[in-house]
Design a protein around this ligand. Structure first.
Ligand code: NAP
Ligand code: G4F
Length: 326
C-alpha cells in the first residue's frame, strides 16, 4: 500500500486530496498544527482513515518526526498562509510559513530520504498568484513571475526552492502552478465562497446586502476536486516537473455574481451588492488565465466541471447548509 503525508490536511485541498488518495488505496497521513485545532474534528469525520501527526511548517523537527512516523512514499505540501489580502497585514508570518515553511519541508524530506533523495516524491503547492502583473496571456510554466503580494512573493520563493532542491539533490520534487480552484469547502474569506454564502442567505430572506471590493478582477476558476487529481498525477510521472493547472477560461467577479444570483432567480444583483474600499488590495492581480497544455499532454489531465456548474454547486450547497443550520 503506498503512503502519503499531506501538510495543510485541514484545508480545502487537503480534504479533497486525502479523500482522493484514500480512494486509490493509499495509507494517508496528515500534519495538523496547534494544541486544539478546531478543524481536526472535520478531518476525522470526513476522512476517518487519515492518521494525524502534530506538526507545523515553521518547526523543522516536528516535520522530521511526522516523516519518521508516517514513512511516506509521497509528500504533498499544501500548508500555507493562503489568503492573499491577509498577507499584506501579516507579511512576516506569511513569509515564515508560505516561503520558509517550504524550505523546512524540503529539507526534512531530503534528510529523511538519506542516500536516495528521489525515494520520497514531493509536491509543492505553487500558485498562479506568482504571475501577478502578468507578463503574457495566457500564463504557462515559462511565464516570467511578477508577484504582486507578499503571498505571491512567498510562493515564488517556495517554487524556486523546490526547483533548486530538484536540481541540487536530484529530488523527485514537482511544483503545481495551480490557478484558483473553489468548492463548497472553500474558506469563507475567499470571494467565491463569500458570494455563494451571501446569495444563499439573501435567497432565503436572511440577508439583503453583500459588500465586496474590486468587481473587475478576473480569475481562471476551476473545481478543487479536479485539481487534486492533477497533483497526484504529477507524482506518478517518472520525472519530476512543473505544471500549470487551469481551465483556460477567465471570468470577472461580475460574471460570478451573474451566475450565482441567477441560480436563485435574481437577474439584477446590483441592488444587493455594495463596494467598499476596505476590500480593495494595495496591488491587484487583474487578469489570470492559464495554459494547462503541458498538464493535458503529459499528465492526461483535463478539468471536468465548468464555471457555471462550479458556481451553482457552491450556491446550492450553501442554501442546504443554511437550511440545515450549519
Ligand atoms: P486553505 O484552505 O487555506 O488551507 C491552508 C492549510 O494550511 C490549512 O490546512 C492550514 O491549517 C495549513 N497551515 C497554515 N499554517 C500552517 C503552518 N504553520 N503549518 C502547517 N500547516 C499550516 O488552502 P487551500 O485552498 O486548500 O490551498 C492549498 C494550498 O494550495 C495552499 O498552499 C495554497 O496557498 C495553495 N494554492 C491554492 C489555490 C486555490 O485556489 N485554492 C491556488 C493555488 C495555490 P490550519 O487549519 O491549522 O489553519
Ligand atoms: O478569492 P480571492 O481572495 O482569491 P485570490 O486572491 O485570487 O487568491 C486565491 O487564489 C490564488 C491562486 O491565484 C491562491 F494562490 C490563493 O491562495 C487563494 O486561494 O480573491 C479573488 C479576487 C481578487 O482580485 C480580489 O481583489 O476577488 C477580488 N475581490 C473582490 N471583492 C475580493 C472581494 N476578494 C475577497 N477575498 N473578498 C472580497 O470581498
Amino acid at each position: 500500500m503506498p503512503s502519503a503525508l499531506i501538510t495543510g490536511i485541514t484545508g480545502q485541498d487537503g480534504l479533497y486530496l486525502a479523500e482522493h488518495l484514500v480512494a486509490k488505496g493509499y495509507d494517508v497521513h496528515g500534519v495538523i498544527r496547534g494544541q486544539n485545532n478546531p478543524r481536526r474534528e472535520l478531518v476525522e469525520r470526513l476522512v476517518p482513515e487519515v492518521r494525524l501527526h502534530n506538526g507545523d511548517l515553521t518547526d523543522l523537527s516536528s516535520l522530521m518526526r511526522a516523516l519518521r512516523d508516517a514513512e511516506p512514499d509521497e509528500v504533498y505540501n499544501l500548508g500555507a498562509v493562503s489568503f492573499v489580502a491577509y498577507s499584506w497585514e501579516n507579511a512576516f508570518v506569511t513569509s515564515d510559513v508560505t516561503a520558509f515553511g517550504v524550505l523546512n519541508i524540503l529539507e526534512a524530506v531530503r534528510l529523511h530520504a538519506g542516500d536516495d533523495p528521489a525515494a520520497v516524491r514531493f509536491y509543492q503547492a505553487s500558485s498562479s498568484e506568482m504571475f501577478g502583473k502578468v507578463q503574457e496571456v495566457p500564463q504557462s510554466e515559462g511565464t516570467l513571475l511578477w508577484p504582486r503580494s507578499p503571498y505571491g512573493v512567498a510562493k515564488a520563493y517556495g517554487h524556486h526552492m523546490t526547483i533548486n532542491y530538484r536540481e541540487s539533490y536530484g529530488m523527485h520534487a514537482s511544483s503545481g502552478i495551480l490557478f484558483n480552484h473553489e468548492s463548497p469547502r472553500r474558506g469563507p474569506e475567499f470571494v467565491t465562497r463569500k458570494i455563494s454564502q451571501a446569495v444563499a442567505r439573501i435567497s432565503l430572506g436572511l440577508a439583503d446586502e453583500l459588500v465586496l471590493g474590486n468587481l473587475d478582477a478576473r480569475r481562471d476558476w476551476g473545481f478543487a476536486g479536479d485539481y487534486v487529481d492533477a497533483m497526484w498525477r504529477m507524482l506518478q510521472q517518472p520525472e519530476p516537473g512543473d505544471y500549470v493547472v487551469a481551465t483556460g477560461r477567465t471570468h470577472s467577479i461580475r460574471d460570478f455574481l451573474d451566475v450565482a444570483f441567477g441560480c436563485v432567480g435574481i437577474a439584477d444583483w446590483e441592488p444587493y451588492v455594495r463596494q467598499d474600499p476596505a476590500f480593495m488590495r494595495p496591488a491587484e492581480v487583474d487578469e489570470l488565465v492559464g495554459d494547462a497544455g503541458r498538464a493535458r499532454e503529459v499528465l492526461g489531465w483535463t478539468p471536468t466541471i465548468s464555471f457555471e456548474e462550479l458556481v451553482s454547486m457552491m450556491v446550492l450547497a450553501d442554501i442546504e447548509a443554511v437550511k440545515a443550520g450549519w
